[in-house]
Design a protein around this ligand. Structure first.
Ligand SMILES: C[S@@+](CC[C@H](N)C(=O)[O-])C[C@H]1O[C@@H](n2cnc3c(N)ncnc32)[C@H](O)[C@@H]1O
Length: 233
């Protein structure tokens, strides 16, 4: 246990040093993300939905239900947090599983009784533990902005989806000066559309559609982003 904590302390230190040097680390340590959201969990919904006008789970739920009007599907919600996507979806006829790094966020999701399974852990590890072709939908609302390099996640999601299934996720939109992957001063990653389309294509997705969305406010300014729907044939 102590050795594990030493390792994550070391990863956090290296990450912070790289940021201080002006570099863009390819990803950020899980311990840092878990600590951030453990601290935010109790006021997360009030703050994000109430004050920052966060609507990504609403839109993603609409897209999911548009694809599955009978509500018959198995869905894995990566970085499910307090369970907003489950709340927006309501009951489905199938498995609704959630995974999140933050135990405190999951503590908020559990009493809803909407998710059939909640697990604390990393999204990529969860996908590797998920049988191939076992899900109709994999979602990630405002999660990949904390992950950075998405190549392994997108490939692992492709493997876990059934033919006809979709990976649906939001991203902050990198502008022309930011390159393919940028760690912003906010501590969140932004991705270029070209890089995301390339990763989805390389993973095997047949089609990748982008929908513009105002993700949330930050210091009263709207943050531009997109919802990506990557379809497996
Ligand atoms: C902004 S919150 C969004 C929560 C939820 N998806 C929603 O839309 O309300 C981001 C969530 O992603 C989780 N998260 C970030 N990176 C993760 C990872 N690699 N694996 C699992 N969860 C992660 C965080 O712990 C946090 O709960």
């Amino acid at each position: 246990m102590a050795a594990q904590s030493d390792q994550s302390d070391e990863a956090v230190r290296r990450f912070r040093e790289a940021v201080a040097r002006g570099e863009t680390p390819r990803t950020q340590p899980a311990a840092l993300v878990a600590e951030l959201f453990d601290g935010l969990a109790e006021r997360f919904e009030k703050h994000l939905v109430g004050r920052l006008q966060y609507r990504v789970p609403h839109r993603v739920a609409d897209i999911v239900l548009g694809r599955h009007p009978q509500r018959r599907l198995d869905l894995l919600d990566l970085g499910c947090g307090t369970g907003l996507l489950g709340l927006c979806l309501g009951r489905i006829d199938g498995d609704l599983a959630g995974v999140d790094l933050s135990a405190r966020m999951l503590d908020q999701a559990a009493p809803l009784g909407i998710y059939t399974r909640l697990r604390q852990g990393d999204a990529l590890v969860e996908l590797h533990d998920t049988p191939a072709q076992s899900h109709d939908c994999i979602t990630a609302c405002d999660v990949f902005i904390y992950v950075g390099d998405l190549s392994d996640l997108i490939a692992a999601a492709y493997r876990a989806l059934r033919p006809g299934g979709a990976l649906i996720f939001s991203c902050e939109q990198a502008d022309a000066t930011e390159g393919d992957l940028c760690l912003r001063a906010s501590g969140r990653y932004a991705h270029s559309r070209i890089s995301i389309a390339g990763l989805c294509r390389n993973a095997g997705f047949a089609e990748c559609r982008f929908e513009d969305i105002m993700l949330r406010l930050e210091a009263d300014h709207p943050i531009a982003g997109c919802i990506v729907v990557a379809e497996k044939r």
